[in-house]
Design a protein around this ligand. Sequence first.
Ligand SMILES: Cc1cc2nc3c(=O)[nH]c(=O)nc-3n(C[C@H](O)[C@H](O)[C@H](O)COP(=O)(O)OP(=O)(O)OC[C@H]3O[C@@H](n4cnc5c(N)ncnc54)[C@H](O)[C@@H]3O)c2cc1C
Length: 474
Amino acid sequence: MSETSNLNIAVVGGGPGGYAAAFLAADLGMSVTLIDPELNPGGVCLYRGCIPSKALLHVAKLVEEAEQAKNWGVDFAQPKIDLSRLRSWKEGVVKKLTGGLGQLSKQRKVQYVQGMAAFENSTTLRVTKNGGGEDSLTFDKIIIATGSRPAAVPTLKLDSPRMMDSTGALNLEDIPGSLLVVGGGYIGLELGSVYAALGTRVTVVEMLPGLLPGADRDLVAPLHKRLEKMLEAILLNTTVSSVKAEGDGIRVTFEGANVKEREKVFDRVLVSVGRKPNSEIPGLDKTQVKVGPKGFIQVNKQLQTDDSAIFAIGDVVGEPMLAHKASHEGRVAVEAIAGHKVAFEPNAIPAVVFTDPEVAWCGLTETQAEKEGREIKVAKFPWGASGRAVTLDRPEGMTKLLVDPQTERVLGVGIVGAGAGELIAEGVLAIEMAALARDVALSIHPHPTLSETIMESAEVFFGTSTHVYRPKRG
Ligand SMILES: Cc1cc2nc3c(=O)[nH]c(=O)nc-3n(C[C@H](O)[C@H](O)[C@H](O)COP(=O)(O)OP(=O)(O)OC[C@H]3O[C@@H](n4cnc5c(N)ncnc54)[C@H](O)[C@@H]3O)c2cc1C
């Protein structure tokens, strides 16, 4: 038995951070209590985030592909959407996965308590159970994994069922005739794409000059182009100054230098302007935990807070607010508690936008390199030269490698195109293994696959790509 087997730990919040931490702690022999208000573990990701959105995006992709099939001589009838069956399919996916986590939790003998936790002191939690009743429980260590919630904007506050956040949008109560998505980030674009595929006229409004702020512009361009065809309008450099309930809709007022139509009525409005960390945990002030100015709990590289008995992981400790970052942090925190020599210092946390085309990147981005004045070489492989992309009729994609000019080490990978979210995993491995561009170029990739675009972008770096001709200079 390891010395960790007599540790008694609590994990507050059962999302991908919390349940990953709880399960590893149990695997390492600790006695674990996992507290969350839902019936089973899963958190935002499984109940109202990653999973339901991807189930619906799968349907959206199918509808779009059926339309595109006309170009290939296959004419499908106009799809008929049975909303209640679509909803129950999505809910079935969530139930299957969260139920599975419940099972895994039982198999590992994790004590799952359905309720909300508050701090009495650094090691004692008061748990208010869903079914009623309170328990005061004391632990050796506590991991906070309380996640985040949609950010609210005062000018967009309106008590109307027509106003939605991402949770409301995923409920899919109806297919509105028109929808305004406020915020051109990944959540707004993913959910906007779902509604557009189901037949809604979708407008996206973004206050910055481009969609997906923070992502490299060359990765966003093909997505922007496709969305322009799919959506009613994309309004950039534009803000929403007011929303008012009016008859059967919401009257929205726009502001911005290029605004053509100052006011417009929409059937529904989806506000997706970011997320706020859930750090306002009752009683947290009775501990030494410090919360930063943006509301994130402050932690060190072992995910330990300023209170030595308390660790914190996931969305509540900072960006990027992504499920896989939360899970990895959860594992690091538990290993740190177990006394292993660990630190959370990844070189590449992948980001994926599951639109069509998908946009994915990891490691250094060109935007970041430019900001830091860092010298890099960029090698791009256009998917028009990829056999697989052409067979899929998706030649608009692009794969690029960001390479250190001195060492030829791969520092970053960016991909836009169908299935980019799956492909980026190779980039993560290349960066974490400190691969050189030569390693990537010399690894034989299966033909015909989109993965070849990663190998060929490395070949582009050396000017020897089979499918991209670059005339010799001089
Ligand atoms: C629409 C949408 C789509 C998304 N898509 C993706 C995606 O494709 N890929 C991706 O990586 N990320 C995605 N995300 C983000 C992802 O969901 C989060 O990054 C992830 O869930 C964070 O995990 P977490 O463990 O930190 O917390 P969460 O998943 O937020 O879970 C926290 C849990 O803690 C509970 N809790 C809070 N306070 C207490 C308390 N006091 N006591 C007990 N329990 C408490 C909450 O109820 C919740 O169940 C998406 C998010 C949204 C909204």
